[in-house]
Design a protein around this ligand. Structure first.
Ligand code: NAD
Length: 512
């Protein structure tokens, strides 16, 4: 992957002449460098916001909100439709930029941009369906109903690993709901954010709506913390680690703001003896190895019935040996690099701890070298078998790398208890052909999977936009994307209208 490729992708997205982008520089005051994790080479420098440019941007967003909320929702939907169309036109270049900046393989980079296009389509339909309920009133000649109102400028904080789609999930819904968006992307993927926001801003401006989509790029002490504490944001939607969510959640709560938290996962997949093992193996390999294990929904723990554990694990080991690691944009690559050198160190540290805790490395276990890319942050997808006791404390932590811990179980109750024994509660899966087992996993009394997402014969990774996405416990409780997630971006107003001439009180109270 050459620097000519960097130049070409930047040029095709207009980043070569963007005022925020400083091509080919090293780090300097007020500038950070976005590096290509596949080579360790710089792609471009990006100018950071300071306190005063932050202030200007938020003020601009707050002003734009006053105008934008008065645009009828279906007309707001037309703006979102045009943005979706424009992103379609730039899908290849944006997908390539995602690959260059965060190391996703080509089809996953493109898939991520497709997710933004899909949510834009969804939001267009939604713009005519932001409906409230009507309820029968207990008082004669009274009408009781609710309406949903725009909320205000929304602060959107995003993680490095979905540098385009997580903005799309938030910004496209927020826009049809009548809100403006101030996006604070990860400093590990600022170029994708600049390119994406520029497309949305350009379309909205050309349709007469400047300021609806804005961007602030800065360090957490200068920009992130300021945003969380800023009362102009009635909602902060924050995606990232549990550590970040704990901090942002507290700051926002202390000013009675709302938070939509999409935090870390530690997702498990249960394989029972009745399962289609071929199907299960494909789901495990994609879930554990895909995106180099850097998805919030990555499969980190595999819980297999003891009777099939050795056979199934051997199938996985064989598959792991065939997985091609390398340049994410090269044909046939399935595993790209980790995001940076720190992530590689965390991967190595987790393996050392697993070994010290009695875990056995079955395949992988170290760095991977890729020819022609000595500075790339590559590691080998790794499987670690937990000791018979099932005690492996490191498996309770989310290490953002292709690390899969394998546990054996004896009864399904035991498997579900193991499954639910971690702090996080994002995604979960069971592979079974026994309807009693799937019923137990999805038990409507809540005693099955404790996650926000629970799948049967489908892996933990790879959600569709139509459902609500998010998790419980330390994953933060937020829901984004489909279903009725739009409600987080609006405020509900309950309305009573008395169309009679009697002063009637609820609960039969008389006050005469
Ligand atoms: P991170 O927590 O390091 O950073 C995420 C974002 O939060 C960045 O924009 C960062 O600048 C910002 N941030 C950090 N501290 C802040 C503070 N004090 N105030 C305001 N902003 C602050 O996470 P990351 O390494 O970029 O991403 C990986 C993590 O994100 C993993 O834990 C992963 O599971 C999680 N994630 C969750 C979801 C989900 O939908 N649940 C999706 C993607 C990633």
């Amino acid at each position: 992957m050459s620097s000519a490729m960097h130049t070409e992708v930047l040029r095709s997205l207009g980043l070569d002449s963007h005022p925020r982008v400083v091509p080919g520089v090293g780090p300097s005051d007020g500038v950070i460098v976005s590096n290509n994790p596949a080579t360790g080479q710089p792609i471009a420098g990006v100018r950071l916001d300071d306190a005063s440019s932050y202030e200007r941007t938020v003020a601009q967003s707050a002003e734009a909100f006053i105008r934008w909320r008065s645009v009828p929702a279906p007309a707001r939907g037309q703006v979102v439709r045009a943005i979706g169309d424009e992103i379609r036109k730039h899908k290849d270049a944006l997908g390539a930029l995602v690959s260059l900046e965060v190391g996703k393989i080509r089809s996953e980079g493109l898939g991520e941009v497709q997710e933004t296009i899909d949510i834009a389509d969804f939001a267009v339909g939604l713009s005519r369906q932001l409906h409230g309920l009507t309820m029968p009133s207990e008082r004669p000649q009274h009408r009781l109903m609710e309406q949903w109102l725009p909320l205000g400028p929304i602060g959107v904080i995003t993680a490095f690993n979905f540098p385009n789609a997580v903005w799309g999930w938030n910004a496209m819904l927020a826009a049809v709901c009548g809100d403006t968006t101030v996006w604070k992307p990860s400093l590990l993927a600022p170029l994708t954010a600049i390119a994406t926001n520029a497309i949305a801003d350009h379309v909205a401006k050309s349709m007469g709506h400047p300021g609806v989509f804005t961007l602030v790029i800065g360090t957490d002490d200068v920009v992130g913390e300021r945003m969380a504490a800023d009362p102009r944001f009635p909602l902060i939607s924050a995606t990232g680690s549990c550590r970040m969510g704990r901090r942002v959640g507290q700051v926002v709560a202390s000013r009675f703001g709302r938070c939509l938290l999409e935090l870390g996962g530690n997702n498990a997949l249960i394989v029972t003896p009745s399962a289609d093992l071929d199907l299960a193996a494909k789901a495990v390999v994609f879930g554990a190895v895909g995106t180099a294990g850097q998805r919030c929904t990555t499969t980190r723990r595999l819980i297999i019935h003891r009777s099939i554990a050795d056979r199934f694990t051997q199938t996985l080991i064989n598959a792991y040996k065939t997985v091609r690691i390398g340049d994410p944009l090269a044909e046939g690559t399935l595993v790209g690099p980790l995001i940076n050198a720190r992530a590689v160190e965390q991967f190595e540290r987790a393996i050392a701890q697993a070994k010290a805790q009695g875990g056995e490395v079955l395949v992988g276990g170290g760095r991977a070298s890729v020819s022609g890319a000595p500075g790339g942050h590559y590691v080998q997808p790794t499987i670690i078998r937990a000791p018979d006791s099932g005690e492996l404390p490191i498996a309770k932590e989310e290490t953002f790398a292709p690390l899969l811990y394998v546990f054996a179980y004896d009864t399904l109750d035991h498997a579900i208890a193991m499954h639910n024994s971690v702090e996080q509660g994002l995604s979960s899966a069971i592979f079974t052909n026994d309807m009693r087992e799937s019923g137990r996993f999805l038990n409507p009394d809540g005693s099955g999977s404790d996650c926000g997402i629970a799948n049967v014969n489908a892996g933990t990774s790879g959600a569709e936009i139509g459902g609500a996405f998010g998790g419980e416990k330390a994953t933060g409780g937020g829901r984004e994307s489909g279903s009725d997630s739009w409600k987080a971006y609006m405020r509900r107003q309950t309305i009573t209208v008395n169309f009679g001439s009697t002063f009637a009180l609820a609960q039969g109270i008389r006050f005469e």
